[in-house]
Every structure is written in structure tokens, then in C-alpha cells.
Design a protein around this ligand. Structure first.
Ligand SMILES: [Zn+2]
Length: 332
């Protein structure tokens, strides 16, 4: 089951075994040197964290690469479908990074049709291996309207792996390895950018740990989907939520609402969480049902970052740091 869901594409294996240093023609004349100054290789990423990690690792050399972020319209990961233009870009790129979870079912066909057979392919869930977690259906959650596929339920892995700073370190390390293989001449620089970045990830991770360890709040209530499983597990937090992380449901039953409202009373919570772009209607209903004075706070799951957010300076670390600030207000 695991290997079916998270299996490396045959392509991925071939590439890992036989790296050919795409985009690096041995040529010492001036025009080649000029060429190296223009876009020397191309990288396509599905979600924002991948894109931002690639930028961090390339550092000052990001200008030399053509880096594409596919979900830059701000559309949620779960509703994304590639355009013909996206598929063309993937087909000829030097390196393709994707999550490999249930939102990426379109990827396999796209890769099998790719024209660049030497492409480096990074499936992040494969990189995590056994650290990838099965999607948890927690007490109180709204059942999903499963499409009837005629019987056996397939085990779904939780794809929201980027919300753990520990995972980010593992994934960035793998991305760096692949970039260094494409552009070995500058590998020392990439290695040093990676080390700097990992120390920033570790610093924020330490801040979260300190905050959460010293707080009496040990359970988060989400009036929303819950993609933060890897995050809460990192810090020993518990949670209750209306829906699983990938759920397409928008309506919660009375049972789910009443369950969450009871949890608020039982745990004496003063905050209900929602994700970015939530209309907050479920959180509102839960709060009303609880009859308590409870505020709503938003945690960003970093799966719908738009081009304009990027132009305004959004980074993976800045968004995770904002989540820290939100929690800091609550976890006194
Ligand atoms: Zn999902």
C-alpha cells in the first residue's frame, strides 16, 4: 500500500541513478560563459514551500535559474489542475519537485509523457519515507462523502508534510543535493546556503518548542480542515477538528459541531482556529453552540500563497513565523 501510494516513479529512479548534470555543457568559449549567465537550468515546483526552499538554496544564483511555482494563482492545492502551459514547462524542465500526496494524482501521467527523460524528480513524501504519516480520522470529525470506488478503502497518507519545520530540514537537504548535481560547479555555495537556512529553521523550531512547552494549552480546536498533523506531533500538541486535512466538505453535521463545542467547554479553550481563506462559518457556529466567549484565530497552512503574496515578501519562514505569533498570543 505504502509503495503504491508513495512509489517513486520509474523515471525518478533512473534519474537518481544516472545523473547527467543537465544544462552543463562543457564549453569554455565566451558565448558559453554568457550563456551560463542567462537561465542555465529550469526547476518546476508545485507548492509554495518547495519554490521558496529552492530560492533559498540557490541564494544569489536564483537569477540564473528559471524557477516556476505552479500554484501561484493563490488557488488551494486541493483544487489545482495543471494547464497545458504548465504541462509543457514540466515536460522540459531539469528538475521537478512535488509533494506526492493525494492532491498530486495528475503528476504521474504528466511525468510519463515528459520530453526530458533526464529530469531530476523529487517526490517529497518519498523522501520522508516512513516518517510520512497516515491521514488521521479523529474523534468528532465529519465523515467524508467518499466517491464510491467499489469497495476497499485505500490508506491515505497525510500530504501536508511541509508544516513541520523538522520535515522542512530533511526536504531542503534533499533539494540541495539535487541542485548541486545539476550545477556541481557552485555546489559549495548551495551547501552553505542550505546550512544557513537550516539554522533559521532550527531557530524557529526552538521558539515553537519553548512556547508550547511553557504553555498550559495542550489542545487546539479547529473549526475547519486540519492539515497541521505533522506540526502538532512535533510539539506534542493534541487537536480536534471539523474535517481531515484534504477534505472537500464545507458543511459540518450537528454531531461534529456539538462535539467541538463540548470540547471547548471541557478544555476551557478561549480560541478556535481556522485556516487562511476560511469564511469562519463553522468556527462561528461551534462558538455559538458552546455558549462561551471564544475568539477565532487563523493559522496559515501555506497551500494557497499567491504571486502577489510573494511580491509582498512572503516566505515559508515568514508565514511560519506569523503562525508562531498567532500561537504566542494564545499560549500564555
Ligand atoms: Zn491535502
Amino acid at each position: 500500500m505504502f509503495s503504491k501510494k508513495l512509489g517513486v516513479t520509474a523515471l525518478g529512479f533512473i534519474i537518481a541513478a544516472g545523473m547527467t548534470g543537465c544544462g552543463n555543457t562543457e564549453n569554455n568559449d565566451i558565448s558559453a560563459a554568457e550563456n551560463a549567465d542567462s537561465k542555465s537550468f529550469s526547476i518546476v515546483c508545485t507548492i509554495f514551500p518547495e519554490y521558496d526552499w529552492v530560492r533559498e538554496i540557490l541564494g544569489g544564483r536564483a537569477e540564473n535559474a528559471d524557477i516556476t511555482y505552479l500554484l501561484d494563482k493563490g488557488i488551494d492545492l486541493h483544487s489545482f489542475q495543471p494547464t497545458a502551459d504548465d504541462i509543457m514547462k514540466i515536460s522540459s524542465c531539469d528538475m521537478f519537485v512535488y509533494v506526492g500526496g493525494e492532491s498530486d494524482e495528475w503528476v504521474e501521467d504528466t511525468l510519463s509523457d515528459a520530453s526530458n527523460k533526464d529530469m531530476m524528480v523529487i517526490n517529497l513524501m518519498d523522501i520522508l519515507g516512513d516518517a510520512a504519516k497516515v491521514e488521521e480520522f479523529k474523534e468528532g470529525m465529519q465523515e467524508e462523502d467518499e466517491e464510491d470506488d467499489g469497495g476497499t478503502e485505500e490508506t491515505e497518507y497525510d500530504e501536508h508534510i511541509w508544516l513541520s519545520l523538522k520535515n522542512a530540514e530533511i526536504l531542503c537537504t534533499e533539494i540541495e543535493k539535487n541542485i548541486a548535481a545539476i550545477d556541481p560547479e557552485n555546489s559549495d555555495e548551495y551547501k552553505s546556503n542550505l546550512e544557513t537556512y537550516i539554522s533559521q529553521l532550527n531557530e524557529l523550531d526552538g521558539d515553537f518548542r519553548e512556547l508550547i512547552d511553557s504553555s498550559s494549552v495542550k489542545t487546539l480546536i479547529f473549526g475547519d480542515r486540519f492539515p497541521f498533523r505533522y506540526f502538532v506531533d512535533d510539539y506534542g500538541l493534541d487537536y480536534y477538528a471539523a474535517f481531515v486535512g484534504c477534505s472537500a466538505e464545507t458543511e459540518a453535521s450537528f454531531e461534529t459541531i456539538a462535539f467541538l463545542a463540548d470540547k471547548i467547554k471541557e478544555l476551557d479553550c478561549d480560541t478556535v482556529f481556522t485556516l487562511e481563506n476560511s469564511d469562519k462559518s463553522i468556527a462561528d457556529t461551534v462558538i455559538r453552540t458552546s455558549g462561551k466567549y471564544v475568539k477565532i484565530a487563523e493559522l496559515n497552512s501555506i497551500q494557497s500563497v499567491s504571486k502577489s503574496d510573494i511580491d509582498n515578501g512572503a516566505t515559508y519562514l515568514s508565514l511560519m513565523r506569523r503562525n508562531y505569533d498567532v500561537l504566542k498570543d494564545i499560549m500564555k
